[in-house]
Design a protein around this ligand. Sequence first.
Ligand code: NI
Length: 293
Amino acid sequence: MPLSKLLAVQYPTQTMAATTMSNPGVDQLLEFFWRDYSSITPAAAEICNLLAARGERYVNDHIAFRTFNLDPIGVDSLGATFTRLGYTESGEYHFEKKRLFARSFAPPAEELPHVFISELITQDFSPQLQRIVRGLVEQIPASLKNSSELFTRIPSWKPVAYADYRRLLEESEYAGWLSAFGIRANHFTVLLNALSTFNSIGEFNAWLVANGYTLNASGGEVKGTPEELLEQSSIMANRVGWEFAGGEMHVIPTCYHEFARRYEDPATGRLYQGFIAKSADRIFESTDTGVAA
Ligand code: NI
């Protein structure tokens, strides 16, 4: 089944090029994110196809983005696009060890995905890391602060030197990943509540393994519990050939796919809307290369 057919389940399909998007609406943006993400994450489209073959409906729970805490691309600047589209801030999260700060944004309509944006606290790293990162971020015009072009301008910066990528990985897997890929969807997430042929996240995970996927086992294959109102799992990122400065190609982890089951929040009578920092902390490791200590 062509991807566009599958997307029609969740997002209206329309032909559009990033360069022609001025003031995109939420559907246009979501479609753009999916096209970009699935183009470098073959597993995402495969899982979509496998679910469709079971007669399942793909509902996206959330999309996550990574950034650096530097102007003009800090978490608040990226978040501005979503608040303009009617999203509201729904939580903030601190990841002490990885030196990350994040915010989540709840959608204006139930059928739309949540958004999770994290940023690396760059001043907590070595002068060398900060110098490499500044060299990337400086390529983005300051005038784009708060603009949705921060997302649709792909690539965000010229290919990073492979030596710099490796240097960043030694200090922060997150920084290394971001230097190679720039600002783009890091993962989409299947909302398991919307599936009818799986009884639990464990059953879903077993199905993924039977289909040849490797689960992220950091902190256990299932992160979170029904009592915490959110269970999550993810597969390890796809590895694809990626271009670095000078046309050098290396096979590195790109993006991964995540799975989430939400439970009713007794406080509101609705499905829990937030995220759990200690679960997200381990999910970040789905793009690990094995370089960092
Ligand atoms: Ni996530």
